[in-house]
Ligand binder design. Structure first.
Ligand code: HEM
Length: 496
């Protein structure tokens, strides 16, 4: 099952109450004598919630940017939002002023789903610093290289799964993404298909990702007491889902962690982030042990859906652009031949595959609005006031579709990554992994898993349209789910 939105079918009286809460706030706002960044006209109480495309908010933000510029102010109920639509401004604020811009908004939905402990959502404080040091130790560029044999083994399993049941390709992709991170994080070798633990994590992170829709979080944020309404209350289906998520999360956090501890005690543990960190932890240091448990569960949650969504985008791009697919396959055949599978040592010799890789990340960034930052203090930037506590959203989609940098940006064109004299340029589309102190800690792992998957699939399969019983090709209409990541939902892949 995939969940498109967290259902917020809250009864009207409660919503009215939310509006009143927001109204008090809106009155407060009008009294503020400062120059906020420009933005769309907001209506009293609701702010800009009505002019907002909830299915593709990044498109709304991008449209607002064409009128108002790279820094746009808007409001969803009582939540002030600053959207950054250019890489330059994102670097100016999120990197150069990272002491102000590295908090996260504290959405009530994080706690309701049982994920409030996660490194992803922690404020810029000591616990987050401890998590971040652990990630740095375990997943920095050189440490990440130790996991390459695991990544190659899992990618080869993906190829076998594709061969056996190609119609289940999307499930196989999800399994690959989850099983790489399970082994990197816990040394847990998941079942080739339908691993119970992997499925629990997917379900839990799926609910969480959808729960993070800005308008849902805004309504729940304006009405915090909603979290206490009973699950049987009419309209409280969001409560039932978040309770389910909470229950799943307990297992997701505990089971793999205990697995690694037991394997270490039995002397059978494989190298993993958790075994590495636990081996450097003194017996009885419960504080550090809890941080390892929470950081590792966070890595798992952040890795699985982002990686599988990117692989789905790759499949779609190859399928829609057989010419690109063919050109990449010719490059692989001419450099590697057909007697062996590619490995990481081949990467520098395959520039066109590299360009396909970058273009896949750029064309449909799977975290189009990144993960929102928040301001710790008031700030001033280019004459504008940026209030403390504002949600700051890097519009990664807008950066990836900047027509000056990427002309004809909606088209999939790997050639854009070559200089006029035919060499790869130095644009590695790093912005898709975010900015500043909160930049993605798993980017080296993601980069290697995705590259190995793309090149191995290209070397062994052709991605073409499926045929119906009469032998006619089945047309495809891409549709996208929305939440903190965007994905092509399986059930919408083919129009029969
Ligand atoms: C295609 C794959 C991936 C993409 C596009 C991606 C993207 C992102 C983005 C945009 C952020 C937010 C950065 C910011 O706040 O500015 C982030 C944070 C994070 N990512 Fe990734 N990610 C991917 C894979 C992974 C993997 C494989 C892992 C773990 C092994 C991971 C772990 C994390 C964690 C823990 C954070 C939170 C960092 C913090 O808040 O300090 N990600 N990622």
């Amino acid at each position: 099952m995939s969940i498109d939105r967290l259902p917020l079918d809250i009864p009207i009286p409660l919503l009215l109450l939310a509006f009143l809460v927001a109204f008090g706030f809106a009155n407060g706002l009008t009294k503020r004598k400062v120059l906020l960044p420009p933005g769309p006209r907001a209506v009293p109480i609701l702010g800009n919630i009505l002019g907002f495309d909830t299915n593709s908010p990044w498109i709304t933000y991008m449209e607002w940017a064409t009128v108002h510029g790279d820094l746009v102010y808007s409001r969803l109920l009582n939540q002030e939002i600053i959207t950054i639509n250019s890489e330059k401004v994102a670097k100016d604020l999120l990197e150069r002023r990272s002491n102000i811009y590295s908090d996260r908004p504290q959405y009530i939905t994080n706690d309701m789903c049982g994920w409030g402990f996660s490194s992803i959502f922690l404020n810029h404080g000591n616990t987050w610093r401890l998590h971040r040091r652990m990630f740095q130790q375990a997943l920095r560029a050189d440490a990440a290289m130790t996991y390459r044999p695991v990544q190659i083994r899992k990618v080869h399993q993906l190829l076998v799964n594709f061969l056996e049941t190609p119609e289940e390709y999307s499930e196989h992709i999800q399994t690959l993404a989850a099983s790489v991170v399970m082994e990197v994080t816990y040394g847990y070798d998941s079942a080739p298909r339908h691993d119970a633990l992997v499925e629990a994590v997917e379900r839990s992170t799926n609910i969480l990702a959808k729960a993070l829709s800005p308008e849902g979080a805004a309504i729940l944020g304006a009405l915090p007491f909603l979290r206490h309404i009973p699950a049987w209350f009419p309209g409280a289906s969001f409560k039932r889902l978040t309770l389910e998520c909470q229950q799943l999360t307990v297992g997701v956090v505990e089971i793999p962690f205990q697995y690694t501890k037991q394997s270490m005690a039995a002397g059978t543990a494989k190298l993993s982030m958790v075994s590495d960190l636990l081996s450097r932890t003194e017996q009885g240091d419960c504080h550090r042990e809890l941080a390892i448990k929470h950081a590792s569960a966070s890595a798992f949650a952040a890795a699985s859906e982002t990686s599988s969504s990117t692989l789905n985008v790759f499949m779609l791009a190859m399928f829609l652009h057989p010419d690109v697919q063919r050109k990449a396959q010719l490059e692989i055949d001419s450099i590697i031949g057909r007697d062996r599978l590619p490995d990481f040592s081949d990467r520098p010799s395959l520039p066109y595959v590299e360009a396909v890789f970058r273009e896949t990340l750029r064309w449909r960034p799977v975290a189009p609005l990144g993960i929102p930052h928040a301001t710790k203090h008031d700030d001033h930037f280019e004459g504008y006031f940026i209030p403390k506590g504002a949600v700051v959203i890097p519009n990664i989609w807008a950066m990836a579709h900047n027509e000056d940098k990427y002309p004809d940006s909606n088209n999939f064109k790997p050639e854009r990554f070559f200089t006029p004299d035919g060499k790869l340029n130095n644009d590695n589309v790093g912005f898709i992994f975010g900015f500043g102190r909160r930049v993605c800690v798993g980017r080296h792992i993601a980069d290697a898993t995705l590259w190995a998957s793309f090149v191995s699939i290209l070397a062994t399969f052709s991605i073409t349209k499926a045929k119906d019983r009469q032998g006619n090709e089945i047309e495809v209409t891409p549709k996208w789910t929305v939440g903190i990541t965007t994905d092509e939902p399986r059930e919408a892949v083919a129009d029969d």
